[in-house]
Design a protein around this ligand. Structure first.
Ligand code: C2E
Ligand code: CA
Ligand code: CA
Length: 761
């Protein structure tokens, strides 16, 4: 500063001298051109020597002289730009130009006593240079009319940048103090250092457990931030993953070659990043909270200033991260129920609000279970609060166990709990959870040495049918809860009464089905499959029947599905297999012509590892020959998935036959068929139904037959009801057929009549 002042003083003296020389010349009216010439030359020399830029504006000719240093300051050589007023005009920042000219005007007119401005000018390389300009006028005559304006240029960019940096820094501290959102502060911090080091891009990552989460990186591409989000840190995981793991600074000069970036460079290089320096962000106790990263688009090591900035940037970010952590701790305290450790009422409201928003956006529904322990007040009053608390804690654990992964549970108050059942497919999903709650809560518990059997009542309401906002839906669930209590407690009730009835009916059927399977009350019927050319029965398909004394005949389509839901499908299949195979050996023993036995296996069971051992067991127990057993499975399981293919292989190794049921309507299986070792394709009834009227169906059947044959499978058609269908299938080259035309599924005793006959409809 003082150096500049010294120079100014010198210059001022020079100009004063010039002025007085000029004045003297005027006074004596003897203008000695020679003398003036000399002094101008002297001035020019002075200008050349100065380290500040100098300019001299002849107001009469409008010519401006710029000193070499003036030009150099803006990146130009001595002869590169013209000595004109317009040169200055094109270089000064547009926003500053009028203000500067205005100041000049005021000084020249005498309105202002001095001239001093700060302005931005453009460097040849495009960046901004902050300039402080001071000027002095040279006047002539008694009227002191200004004829020249001579000024200096000082580059104050560094100083200005430091000021801006301080301002930004203060702004960030202010944002921290005012509790502004962390993400916006992270962005500000990044911009602060990016402005200071042109070309630099900064990022802040937060550490949660061992996972790095995106904090702020306003200048890094979104795709990169997303790729890094969720990264697990470790001893060699990029720069930030490593620094947050080791707690030490990590300088990577070249991302392309550094082993720490081996697994990550493919994410960074496409976005131009070439070097990355990272400083762990540590809290006041020294715990690593995250990592600060500085990137450049070329390989580099930090200079002293950058290195210092890396330290201070991480320190600044740590203030914000530490604040976040503290707030999270406070939030956790407010959002967790002390006693049960479930979510608190406050959290419940927040969570349901956002669940409502999410469901509204995605057009989804969710069920809300309002749960109240039955007779809890009695426990509290008679056994004391400790026993009451114990029961609440135990109930909370049991209810939590009843929830699925996606469900959300909270304790609202006293003995009231709420469960939000999300991802619901139908209205029954909530009742399944409710039923599990009832079952689990009613397990006996010991309270002060006494056996006690708790119970609860549950009200169920659905978003959006029973309420579109939190108050309405809670009220609906509460109303339903009271209905459940009125109906005798220890049960659930829907807000929509019809649903309660339906759910109860369904529940009842499920109970009955469980019983029917356990007590083996189902029966089997058999439907023949015939050779299309000879009309001989070559196999029979076993089909399950359930005739309930109260509910009547229930379709297998319904009860098979239900058996899967209640986890009884394996027991059912085992019973079917044993009965059907046992029947087959009985027929054989009684001297009937040999036929194969086909059994349907539901997809979920087919993929179960239990299936192969079960088939082995059935074969050995019933004495059926493996080549007399055929399993039918739908297309759904026929996928290229390696595990599924292995099951096919294992089954084939046993020597049994396999058929793809309902072929043509499931997943397109052309690609997967290639890998499959099956014996039959059973074209679905869907195509047979309209093959006589729809040419497309006929074409499809014809292609399926051809393709099946080419791949070495036999082709069966199912659901044949008309002679014409049969004839056409015969023409198309189909191998075997099944349908009401030949025989409906019949009881075991009737099958013996059919065997040995020719069935051609
Ligand atoms: P699916 O395996 O496709 O069996 C054929 C169904 O079509 C049977 O119905 C059969 O009675 C019926 N059907 C056969 N020919 C004709 C016809 O010409 N016209 C008409 N309209 N229908 C015909 P069902 O017995 O009601 O069985 C329905 C489905 O239930 C079966 O379809 C099968 O997927 C499943 N299913 C039945 N029993 C069992 C079983 O024991 N285990 C498993 N996993 N599924 C079974
Ligand atoms: Ca079948
Ligand atoms: Ca079928």
């Amino acid at each position: 500063m003082s150096k500049i002042d010294d120079k100014e003083i010198k210059l001022r003296k020079e100009i004063e001298k010039l002025n007085s020389e000029l004045a003297t010349a005027h006074r004596t009216k003897e203008v000695r051109t020679n003398q003036l010439f000399n002094s101008e030359e002297r001035f020019a020399l002075a200008m050349r020597g100065a380290s500040d830029g100098l300019w001299d504006w002849d107001l009469e000719t409008d010519e401006v002289y710029y000193s070499p240093r003036w030009k150099e300051m803006l990146g130009y050589g001595e002869y590169e730009i013209e000595d004109k007023l317009s040169t200055w005009a094109t270089m000064v920042h547009l926003d500053d130009k009028d203000f500067v000219l205005n100041k000049v005007q005021k000084y020249l007119s005498g309105e202002a006593e001095s001239f001093e401005v700060e302005m931005r000018m453009q460097h040849k390389q495009g960046h901004e240079v902050f300039i402080r300009s001071r000027a002095f006028k040279v006047s002539r005559g008694s009227a002191c009319e200004p004829i020249r304006l001579i000024g200096t240029h000082v580059d104050i960019t560094r100083q200005k940048k430091a000021e801006l940096f301080d301002k930004r820094n203060t702004k960030i501290l202010e944002m921290i103090a005012k509790g502004k959102p962390a993400l916006s502060i992270y962005d500000e911090i990044a911009l602060l250092y990016e402005e200071r080091h042109p070309g630099m891009r900064c990022s802040m990552l937060e550490l949660e457990g061992n996972k790095l989460l995106h904090g702020g990186a306003p200048s890094l591409p979104k795709a990169y931030c997303e790729a890094v989000h969720g990264l697990i840190n470790g001893p060699e995981v990029g720069s930030c993953g490593t620094s947050s793991y080791t707690g030490k600074r990590v300088i990577v000069e070249n991302i392309e070659t550094d082993p720490k970036w081996a697994d990550l460079k493919d994410v960074a290089l496409p976005f131009g990043m070439r070097c990355c320096w990272s400083e762990p962000i540590k809290g006041s106790t020294g715990k690593v909270l995250g990592a600060f990263g500085m990137y450049f688009d070329y390989p580099a090591l930090p200079n002293k200033e950058q290195s210092n900035d890396l330290t201070s940037a991480a320190r600044l970010a740590s203030i914000v991260m530490e604040r976040e952590h503290t707030q999270k701790r406070i939030r956790d305290l407010a959002y967790t129920d002390e006693l049960t450790k479930l979510s608190s009422r406050t959290h419940f409201y927040l969570n349901i609000e956002s669940l409502i928003k999410e469901c509204a956006r995605n057009n989804r529904k969710f069920g809300l279970l309002y749960i109240d322990l039955d007779n809890f007040k009695h426990v509290n009053d008679s056994l004391g609060h400790d026993a009451g608390d114990f029961l609440l804690k135990e109930a909370a654990q049991r209810l939590k166990k009843a929830c699925r992964e996606v469900d959300y549970i909270a304790r609202l108050s006293g003995d009231e709990f709420c469960i939000a059942v999300s991802d619901v497919e139908d209205e029954y999903d909530a009742s399944h959870v409710a039923q599990r709650c009832l079952d689990l809560i009613s397990q006996p518990i010991e309270l002060i040495g006494r056996k006690f059997t708790p119970a609860c009542s549950i009200g169920i309401a659905y978003y959006p049918n029973d309420g579109k906002d939190i108050q309405t839906i809670l009220k609906a669930a509460d109303t339903a809860l009271y209905a459940a209590k009125d109906l005798g407690k220890n049960r659930y009730s829907y807000y929509n009464k019809d649903l309660t009835k339906k759910a109860e009916y369904r529940f009842k059927i499920q109970q009955y089905l469980r019983e029917a399977i356990e007590k083996q009350q189902l029966t089997l019927v058999y439907q023949p499959k015939i050779d299309i050319n000879t009309g001989e029965v070559i196999s029979v398909e076993a089909l399950s029947r359930w005739n309930h004394p109260e509910l009547g005949q229930i379709s297998p389509v319904d009860f098979i599905d239900m058996a899967e839901q209640i986890g009884m499908i394996k027991s059912l299949t085992e019973w079917v297999l044993k009965t059907a195979c046992g029947q087959s050996t009985l027929w054989k023993k009684s001297g009937l012509p040999a036929v194969r036995m086909a059994v349907n296996i539901s997809p979920s069971h087919f993929l179960d590892s239990d299936l192969v051992p079960l088939i082995k067991k059935v074969i050995s127990e019933t004495g059926i020959l493996p080549e007399d057993l055929e399993l039918e499975v739908t297309e759904g399981v026929v996928q290229t998935n390696q595990e599924n293919l292995i099951i096919f292989e294992h089954l084939k190794e046993l020597g049994i036959l396999l058929a793809i049921d309902d072929f043509g309507i499931g997943y397109s299986s052309f690609a997967s068929l290639k890998h499959l070792n099956v014996d039959f394709l059973k074209i679905d009834k869907y195509f047979i139904d309209d093959m006589l009227t729809d040419n497309k169906s006929k074409l499809l059947i014809s292609s399926m037959i051809e393709m099946g044959h080419n791949l070495g499978h036999e082709v069966t058609a199912e659901g044949i009801e008309k002679k014409e269908q049969f004839n056409m299938l015969q023409q198309l080259g189909c191998d075997s057929a099944q349908g009401y035309l030949f025989s409906k599924p019949v009881g075991a005793e009737q099958i013996s009549v059919l065997l040995g006959k020719k069935l051609t409809g």
